[in-house]
Design a protein around this ligand. Sequence first.
Ligand code: C5P
Length: 412
Amino acid sequence: MLQSKRILLIVAGGIAAYKSLELIRRLKERGASVRCVLTAAGAEFVTPLSLGALSEDKVYTDLFSLTDEAEMGHIELSRDADLLVVAPATANLIAKMAAGIADDLAATVLLATDKKVLIAPAMNVRMWEHAATRRNVACLEADGILCVGPETGAMACGEYGPGRMAEPADIIAAIEAALVNSGALSGTRVLVTSGPTYEPIDPVRFIGNRSSGKQGHAIATAFAQLGAHVTLVAGPTAEADPPGVTTIHVETAQQMLAACEATLPADVAICAAAVADWRVAKPAPEKIKKGASKNEPTLALVRNPDILANLSARKKDRPRLVIGFAAETEKVEQNAREKLARKQCDWILANDVSSKTGAFGGDSNTLHLFVAKPGGQAKVEHWPHLSKSAIAARLAERIATTLKTKPIKAKS
Ligand code: C5P
């Protein structure tokens, strides 16, 4: 899959550097050539010897080495690559990239390149969550730098949280998405819904749900990375607006439907939002006071529009592919098949969201793709456990392949 692709792998100084050895092995297995740049701190964790043995190439370490510059200058290192991958990307190197500092070979190559760059951050949870790192990562993303991970989990420092470098399989998926299909969806209009909805009870209270918006936002990002024109209709989430995506912020299901309809025509619609099924029939115009009445207040609810079913049923401007999610806590397969038929969408991505899986709000998930077959049983593909960004990359690639085999008909 990565036959004859040239990866320049920059290994910075973090304990996760040991995973980069496995990454090199897997890239080579897929037919890529790998050349490594190792920072001075990186060399404290892995040796040039092991990187060199696995990559079967010279390992570059020193900006001012006469022999290195004579054989392969820092400009050539980048010129000779299809993609630059920084794994692990430490807080320090990310900060240097954001500031444009070029004080060693790795940072200089990263400043001198015009190639795509993918970073796999790895650091202590507090460093990842620090305002400075948040700013720097947002800055890199706005510059078009791709990012995979980090994952949430137990860390070498004994703490728990986000900061663990993405697994080699997830980094490979991100590399493939960046290289193999880059531009594969240019000209394709994609609509994505994401996050929860908030249905007002009164001006200060609402009915909401636990959706984080992580999956929907990752999907919007992955489609933009393949060159699609993406509109993201986002309910209230803590997720940042993805770079290169038009984001429309809404609160309620009705606003979400109106924003989706205003975005049409679209070629693909992906409904990843957890839309409230009911809303309060008559939200109070002022805050409901505790002492306003002797009785406990009761809320009369009315059904919200089903955005997925609505988009699927459209006569005019029905997207060519309408895709929904089925978040289930039991009978995942049965419910997914039933939902596919009832909502008349084309694909359903089903997952088990019972609390044992940690799928809700977590960074990874196990999905099953159900593809509707007119007049027949839906076909199912079981996907491996992947990070939400790898799921998004895989979905975007899968759609790029589907649209290639059944191209979108030009509108007359
Ligand atoms: O029926 P259920 O809520 O389980 O269906 C889930 C799928 O339907 C998701 O893709 C979700 O985004 C979509 N949905 C919707 N509008 C609703 C309810 C669900 O688009 N009102």
